[in-house]
Ligand binder design. Structure first.
Ligand SMILES: Cc1cc2nc3c(=O)[nH]c(=O)nc-3n(C[C@H](O)[C@H](O)[C@H](O)COP(=O)(O)OP(=O)(O)OC[C@H]3O[C@@H](n4cnc5c(N)ncnc54)[C@H](O)[C@@H]3O)c2cc1C
Length: 813
């Protein structure tokens, strides 16, 4: 066998993900693909997977990806002649406590929002479906009839056959050993059998993806973890069509297999595999059975399915699977290398994801853009922090351990903290701050009372921070609040052509006179919102760009990737150079004026301007902007001086009722003001026009910019969806997002974000109202609305104006 000298796309790895990606690249895009597998197809994690296929996730897009998998597995055999073993057995999720039951009610509503029917069953209905189950401790179960199971190796072989039928060349026994690079691009893959020149590479190397990525300098933060299940002898009375079971309160799952049961679980004390490299020759291999570790599952499983006490165990499978620090897989274009794509880290749902992940990854590889909002799995959600293997391992084990715990709203991870702290950390801690973590940064979520324990108590209803956040909210509305937002990602674009380059990348006009500050979106070719940020023009060719903490890698990569050819301006990440203090509230001017000689009057320093002013002897970049709907400034302070400036502001603010406030207050304040949040209200799936941000798109100018053609199309046709605001009168209703919107009793969309507005005294939610025939303001206002909240219908009122300060008078005076 000799390898071809060239391939358009080289896919590394012949597991389910590599085979699915190769299949879709060839079938949908006619790409010329070479798939290289170091061992045999399926010989990594795929061959020993249990084969449960669930579809519902908390992200609409990922649910769409998983539903695509099911559609594909159903019919792939017609195309390839090879069965996938797909069986639509349905899935039961069992609830043994009230919190879990509430979780399922919300899940059932989410399912409906995403177009699936999830039923809620009582114990006797569960018993009727699954007679061998002990249902005594059950409150009930959710049932998704369209979930099922399949045979992982068969799906993969079927995909491989489909790929070959579309001219993909698959070579087994060929190991990729390195990459030949030209700058940040791969020009060839090196293998143990020679070199293959290529245009693009897709790293689907499973648990090896980290070390394969490292060969090109890219980081794939995953951790192999040992995962076990048993297969029993046939069980009398077990139906071949028995639903798969997830019993999270007992941390176990079940699936019928040749008359017996597959049973596994997610233990709170998972065992990682190596922190070093995974051996290349770990082919069709397993670890030794670990009965001591598995016993915890066995006990729980016997309590659930008593017949297991007497039935024989045919086999134990103890295999490695790649898990990630947030339980989501890793997809997309590597930020460090412009033609390397990744599909890895599947957290034990790679079989469920395989079909759909291959589909979207192939689209991404061919067009350079994610075809839908894939932010939750996007490789650009990570940062330098994720190069720390021990940190990644610790956080991954925590995420694994939480796989089956009740998912409480607002829950924070605990491992690997504190990791990155702002200079204010100790000061805020001394004031009883309760921190959350975002991309490694500790950030104050709220401030507990002096005699209150500074910690979150999670629950399904109102949590222990509710009143305190209300007090912070009111301080900002009535006096002044100070927020530590030092974790904001900050970039500078400097040098000849910077203004022109940004004009091409940004949807809004940003190259305005020096000192101007602009809120803008960056759009993809579909007109979808890829980034949402502010740009300050500090000098003719010097721009300061500020975006959300979590979007640091994503936004800087997007900007860098789209700088026009020949642009000599340089993009620098200056996040750690500046601390950020947001001084917000009607009394913000009085506080700021008392610590600076600069004129802070509205005439001298109006809204939408950026100036360098001096505070405590330090040059501070002051941006007159707000995300809370009040008069205020974002103060970007040389990092080392952040504490000093904080102290000066707090001292000056005493007379005006200043108080430090946290991120949960920001959320409530911005909901009242109608500011959109990227990743939920605005995503790559949504255009600015649909999001009510058409005013920030420079269609009136002749300037070309990314996404312009799509914007013109969208702006000149009836919109099919539009973001609107909803309020609920009953203040006890807890809105979290994903609640279904009913218009005149019929499905119209779902909430993208939600919370409580303390000034209004009501729950608030935002969501797109959809209608294929068109949505305009008359349509929006012409309906009666209800929200479905944890399966209950609740009357709701729609609003097209911000609920608070609709004309923006408070922020502009
Ligand atoms: C015990 C267990 C139970 C599971 N149960 C389920 C389940 O019920 N449902 C579900 O959805 N998922 C389940 N999973 C998860 C599922 O098995 C994985 O998510 C999935 O198989 C991952 O597929 P992959 O293609 O990413 O990786 P792999 O199957 O590991 O494929 C990667 C391939 O890349 C090859 N490779 C690596 N390095 C190189 C190189 N340098 N050159 C060439 N080739 C290379 C490897 O040899 C390997 O074949 C389970 C996993 C385990 C361990």
């Amino acid at each position: 066998m000799s390898l071809p000298s060239h391939a358009q796309v080289v896919v590394i790895g012949g597991g389910i993900i590599g085979c699915s990606t190769a299949y879709h690249l060839a079938r949908d895009h006619k790409a010329e693909v070479l798939l290289l597998e170091q061992g045999k197809l399926t010989s990594g994690s795929t061959w020993h997977a249990a084969g449960l296929v669930g579809q519902l996730r908390s992200s609409a897009s990922i649910t769409q990806v998983l539903r695509y998998s099911v559609d594909l597995y159903k019919r792939l055999d017609e195309e390839t002649g090879l069965e996938t073993g797909w069986k639509m057995s349905g899935c039961l999720r069992l609830a043994c406590n009230e919190d879990r039951w509430t979780e399922y009610k919300r899940l059932a509503t989410t399912a409906r929002s995403f177009g699936m029917e999830m039923q809620l069953l009582g114990p006797s209905e569960v018993k009727a479906l699954w007679p061998l189950m002990n249902t005594e401790d059950l409150i009930g179960a959710s049932y998704l009839p369209t979930d099922g199971q399949a045979n992982p190796a068969d799906i993969t072989q079927s995909l491989a056959k489909g790929a070959r039928m579309n001219a993909v060349r698959i070579e087994e026994g060929v190991r990729v050993t390195g990459f030949e690079m030209e700058g940040d691009r791969i020009i060839a893959v090196e293998t143990n059998q020679g070199r293959v020149a290529c245009e693009k590479v897709v790293n689907c190397a499973g648990q090896w993806a980290r070390q394969v990525g490292a060969l090109a300098g890219i980081n794939v933060p995953l951790q192999p973890v040992k995962h076990q299940y048993i297969v029993t002898e046939p069980i009398e009375g077990l139906s071949k069509d028995a639903a798969t079971i997830r019993d999270p309160d007992r941390r176990t799952y079940f699936k019928e297999e040749v008359g017996g049961l597959v049973m596994g679980g997610y233990e709170p004390n998972p065992i990682p595999w190596t922190l070093g490299d995974v051996p290349d020759d770990f082919e069709f291999q397993l670890f030794d059975d670990d009965w001591d570790h598995f016993e915890q599952h066995l006990e729980q499983a016997i309590a659930r399915v008593p017949v297991l006490e007497t039935v024989g165990v045919k086999q134990m499978i103890n295999g490695p699977e790649s898990f990630t620090p947030d339980g989501n897989f890793i997809l997309g274009a590597a930020p460090e290398c412009s033609n390397l794509y990744v599909g890895a880290g599947f957290n034990a749902f790679g079989i469920a994801s395989g079909g759909g992940a291959g589909w979207v990854l192939a689209e991404w590889v061919m067009s350079g853009e994610a075809p839908l909002d894939l932010w939750v799995v996007d490789i650009r959600r990570f940062s330098e922090l994720h190069r720390d293997r021990q940190w990644v391992c610790d956080r991954t084990l925590e995420a694994y351990g939480k796989h089956y715990t009740v998912a409480f709203p607002h829950e924070e991870y605990e491992s690997g903290r504190p990791r990155i702290v702002s200079p204010l950390y100790e000061r805020l801690k001394a004031r009883n701050a309760v921190f959350g973590s975002k991309l490694g940064w500790e950030r104050p979520n709220w401030f507990a009372l002096e005699d209150q324990e500074p910690r979150d108590h999670y629950s399904m209803g109102r949590q222990n921070w509710f009143e305190q956040v209300g007090a912070e909210h009111r301080a900002v509305r009535e006096a002044v609040g100070l927020f530590d937002q030092s974790s904001f990602a900050k970039f500078e674009l400097k040098g000849a052509g910077a203004g022109e380059a940004l004009e091409q990348i940004c949807a809004n006009r940003v190259a305005k006179p020096v000192g101007s500050l602009t809120y803008t979106q960056l759009l993809n070719s579909r007109g979808g919102v890829e980034c949402d940020l502010t740009v300050a023009r500090l000098d003719e060719e010097h721009f300061y760009i500020v975006t959300g903490t979590g979007f640091r890698t994503h936004d800087s990569t997007w900007i860098r990737d789209h700088l026009p050819g020949g642009c000599r301006a340089e993009l620098t990440d200056v996040t750690e150079d500046y601390g950020t203090l947001s001084l917000m509230g009607p009394k913000a001017r009085r506080v700021l004026q008392s610590v600076t000689q600069a004129d802070c009057s509205n005439e001298a320093f109006p809204f939408g301007r950026a100036q360098v002013i001096e505070i405590a002897g330090q040059p501070v970049r002051a941006l007159r902007v707000t995300y809370v709907g009040e008069l205020g400034w974002e103060l970007h302070v040389p990092l080392a001086a952040t504490g000093e400036v904080f102290d000066a502001l707090m001292a000056a603010g005493q007379a005006h009722g200043i108080r430090p406030c946290g991120y949960r207050a920001i959320e409530s304040l911005r909901l009242e003001k109608g500011y959109r949040a990227w990743g939920s209200d605005i995503t790559p799936n949504d255009s600015p026009f649909e999001a009510g941000l058409g005013w920030a798109v420079k269609l009136k100018s002749e300037k070309p910019f990314m996404g312009r053609a799509a914007c013109e199309r969208i702006a000149n046709a009836p919109l099919k969806k539009k973001l609107a605001c909803f309020t609920v009168e009953d203040r006890e209703v807890v809105l979290l997002g994903r609640e279904t919107i009913l218009r005149d009793g019929a499905f119209a969309g779902y909430l993208t974000s939600a919370g409580f507005g303390y000034s209004l005294g009501k729950p608030i939610g935002y969501g797109y109202v959809r209608n294929a025939e068109g949505v305009d303001d008359d349509y929006l206002l012409g309906g009666d609305y209800e929200l479905v909240v944890a399966t209950e219908r609740v009357p709701a009122r729609i609003s097209l104006e911000p609920l608070y300060d609709p004309r923006g008078e408070r922020i502009k005076q």
